[in-house]
Design a protein around this ligand. Structure first.
Ligand code: NAD
Length: 478
């Protein structure tokens, strides 16, 4: 298992002699440890990315060559998907099939963007007979990318692939709770022959290595996926340097279920939206459901019955539905929110406890009903298998509830009426709206946050343009 930092095209032995242990969330066993980068390693990684940028390796690379390189990375990700997926499951807790799927999905992302290397079209803007202007997309320089633990292999692929197309060179810091599987990337970059310095992987704790990276003067652009609290700290830290930041942050995503909705489909979507993928530890989790009173009893009874059948357990068991939370801290966080929900007067309809198997970080799927919109559980991101159900009198009130938090990442509307769905989608403040399902996604589709859920877009063509800056060249003809 590779546990070193990947700098300038090679895994390097630790200079700091520091490391961070990686713990299996299903049973607290030691999966391994990762070398923690301190100042020396950080300087090396940033210098190497700076050097690769100054040599214009990516900017001058032929589009077909870049495409071939990216497809080769995709092919290797597929080749290592089983080995890598097993390791990801050990350190992250999700089922092996989800984790193998994450590697394959990352491969698809590289394939998609490999097809985009020659599709960037720049603009020519006329402004009179003696002048012409053209506008080109250019990189920022060295991009620092900081990623979270819930989908580390997948988020790595999207961020890196889009930045490669624009021409930013990269220093990426994977999450300390789940770093080992991302080192497959270093191995792959070496095998594929990615030019030295273009992508550097440095590991370490957020409050140590992460902070040092953010403070470093060699960074030209920051792409951060994680919590709003850390994003805020990054903005304060970089305020004097005025470097651009791209933020993909948390959410408090809500579904509105209108009385004409297909209730069974809405229930299935709720179960997969909050309990099944990664036990609700997902930025777009369906952590709020706003249901019309006419159908609420039927919806609740079907939801409870379906949720009771979910199997809680280790990701190593293929038939597990609800996998562990990432850490004991996360269990504590979820327990505190559940206590606060009970204190606020919300009705605890199901769950509300840590699972009997205390060796792993298992928490019961939890449903609150009749939740007050201003309570903490209605406002804050819990990041666990907990959802809150509300009801509404009319469409305007449903929209008010959806928009009542500081977040705006995803949202859903369940109705057979396309006009009503359109009316609703227009009024919801969120970057992604799903109609009649949850998780209708694809690499070709852009997504991102409104409000405290961040800014910048990822996915599709929008994602490419979001990671660069434009330059205008205006010419006078003599
Ligand atoms: P986090 O903010 O605690 O950590 C994210 C990353 O930042 C980690 O690599 C961590 O080491 C690093 N970090 C922590 N403190 C830092 C600091 N002071 N300076 C620099 N780096 C620091 O978030 P998390 O617990 O890993 O992930 C959960 C959060 O991520 C949730 O809010 C979730 O909604 C969000 N998320 C958002 C998306 C999205 O696409 N919008 C995707 C996944 C997760």
């Amino acid at each position: 298992m590779e546990n070193r930092n990947f700098i300038n095209g090679n895994f390097i032995d630790s200079i700091s002699n520091k490391s961070v242990d990686v713990i299996n969330p299903a049973n607290q066993s030691l999966v391994g440890s990762i070398n923690e980068a301190m100042d020396d390693e950080i300087d090396l990684a940033i210098d190497s990315a700076k050097n690769a940028f100054q040599k214009r390796i990516l900017q001058d690379m032929d589009a077909k060559v870049k495409s071939k390189m990216m497809r080769a990375i995709g092919a290797k990700l597929r080749e290592y998907s089983v080995e890598g997926g097993k390791l990801l499951s050990l350190e992250n807790g999700k089922t092996i099939s989800q984790c193998v799927g994450e590697f394959k999905g990352a491969a698809d992302t590289f394939d998609f963007y490999a097809g985009m290397t020659d599709k960037i079209e720049n603009k020519l803007i006329p402004s009179g007979k003696d002048t012409f202007n053209y506008v080109v997309l250019e990189p920022f320089g060295v991009s620092l990318q900081i990623i979270p633990w819930n989908y580390p292999v997948s988020i790595f692929s999207g961020m890196v692939a889009q930045n490669l197309i624009v021409g930013n060179t990269i220093v990426i810091k994977p999450p300390e709770l789940c770093p080992l599987s991302t080192n497959f990337y270093g191995r792959i970059f070496k095998e594929v022959g990615v030019p030295e310095g273009i992508i550097n992987i440095v590991h370490g704790r957020g409050e140590v290595t992460g902070r040092k990276l953010v403070k470093h003067n060699g960074i030209d652009y920051i792409v951060f996926t994680g919590s709003p609290e850390v994003a805020s700290e990054i903005l304060k830290e970089t305020a004097d340097r005025i470097i651009p930041c791209h933020f993909e942050l948390g959410g408090k995503s809500a579904a509105i279920i209108y009385p004409d909705a297909d209730i069974d489909k809405a229930v299935d979507s709720t179960v997969k939206g909050i309990f099944k993928p990664n036990a609700g530890q997902i930025c777009v989790a369906m952590s709020r459901v706003i249901v019309h009173p006419k159908i609420k009893d039927e919806y609740m009874s079907k939801l409870i019955s379906k949720t009771k059948k979910l199997k809680i357990g280790s990701g190593a068991d293929a038939d597990t539905d609800v996998t562990p939370l990432i850490s004991k801290d996360q269990i504590q966080r979820v327990s505190n929110y559940v206590k606060s929900g009970i204190q606020s007067g919300a009705e605890l309809t199901l769950g509300g406890n840590e699972h009997d198997n205390k060796l792993g970080n298992f928490y019961e799927p939890t449903i609150f009903n009749n939740v007050s919109t201003d309570s903490t559980i209605a406002q804050e991101e819990i990041f666990g298998p907990v959802t809150s159900v509300f009801d509404f009198e009319d469409e305007e009130q449903a929209i008010d509830i959806v928009n009542s938090t500081n977040y705006g990442l995803a949202s859903g509307v369940f109705t057979a009426d396309d006009q009503k769905a359109k009316w609703t989608a227009e009024r919801i403040q969120a970057g992604i709206i799903w109609h009649n399902d949850w998780f209708v996604d694809g690499t070709n589709l852009p997504g991102g946050g409104y409000k405290k859920s961040g800014y910048g877009r990822d996915g599709g063509m929008d994602g490419i343009y979001s990671h660069g800056q434009t330059k205008r060249v205006s010419k006078r003809l003599y």
